[in-house]
Design a binder for this molecule. Structure first.
Ligand code: ATP
Length: 260
């Protein structure tokens, strides 16, 4: 099977200073890659580069990012914007920040879906309601009629996850999607994401500090330290059999949190 996404020897700089160096990985349809590493190691930068959202200061200075055979690093902004949302979905660490404060959740979800398909408001609400129920937002009518400030942080986070899922993207880029959620809801979201992969063959890149989530979801893991790849391989190999001292320390630091 051809790869859906191929990141080849990518170096990314902010203001001319490299923060991610020579990163390579690939993702086939339906595969999940977990990117782990301590704070500031460049995890978010890698997924921002895929989305073309590095901002004024950021630039891919070396390498290529291929999505379905097209080079995202040289694609026009207009074309890339057409991909974002429908083909490439995103869930951010802080979904509330990505929501407009003065418009209802329902209006914003409907606008996002309408950009890519002809759909009635009723149909959007029905689809959103079904997803919301599955990720623990039981009163979807209230949520859809609310403004972001009327919901809790965790509820806004699930709204973001719902907005990304409703379009069944080919590729989902998720930056700490569950970190703001309590453990029970985390589990529901993880299960829903796995179901989405099963039903729609969605490929995913999951950036997280939560090794438990990576263990449950990822097929492969990429370990970053100060922008450099320390490890890249099958989940079990990286989690349990890595030779790399940094990877070993990162994986064992999680085990130390366990209660005796
Ligand atoms: N807009 C920016 N301008 C300048 N430097 C930046 C910018 N965004 C990120 N950086 C720097 O790039 C490096 C990598 O940051 P990044 O956010 O990718 O790390 P991360 O691994 O996702 O961290 P965390 O786990 O804390 O979210 C850091 O040194 C950070 O300070």
């Amino acid at each position: 099977m051809d790869s859906l996404l191929r990141v080849e020897h990518v170096t990314i700089s902010y203001n001319g200073k490299p923060v991610v160096q020579d990163v390579s990985f690939e993702l086939k349809q339906g595969e999940i890659l977990g990117i782990v590493g301590e704070s500031g190691s460049g995890k978010s930068t890698v997924i921002k580069a895929i989305m073309g959202l590095l901002g004024e200061e950021g630039l891919v200075t070396e390498g290529d990012i291929w999505y379905k055979g097209e080079n995202l690093t040289s694609m026009s902004e207009k074309k890339l914007r057409g991909y974002l949302g429908k083909e490439i979905g995103m869930v951010f660490q802080d979904c509330k920040a990505a929501l407009c404060p003065v418009r209802t959740i329902g209006a914003q979800i409907h606008e996002a879906v309408s950009e890519h398909e002809k759909i009635s408001r009723q149909e959007t609400w029905k689809r959103a309601g079904e997803i919301m129920k599955k990720i623990g937002l039981d009163d979807s009518e209230r949520v859809l009629n609310s403004y972001p400030f009327e919901l809790s942080g965790g509820m806004n986070q699930r709204v973001g996850i719902c907005t990304a899922m409703i379009m069944h993207p080919n590729l989902l880029l998720a930056d700490e999607p569950t970190s703001a959620l309590d453990v029970t809801v985390q589990k529901q979201v993880v299960e829903e994401l796995l179901l989405m992969r099963k039903e729609y063959h969605t490929a995913m890149i999951l950036v997280t500090h939560n090794i438990g989530v990576v263990k449950m979801m990822a097929d492969r893991i990429l370990v970053l330290q100060n922008g450099v790849v320390r490890d890249y391989g099958e989940t079990d190999a990286v989690l349990n059999h890595s030779e790399d001292p940094y990877t070993k320390k990162l994986m064992s630091s999680v085990l130390h949190l366990k209660r005796d």
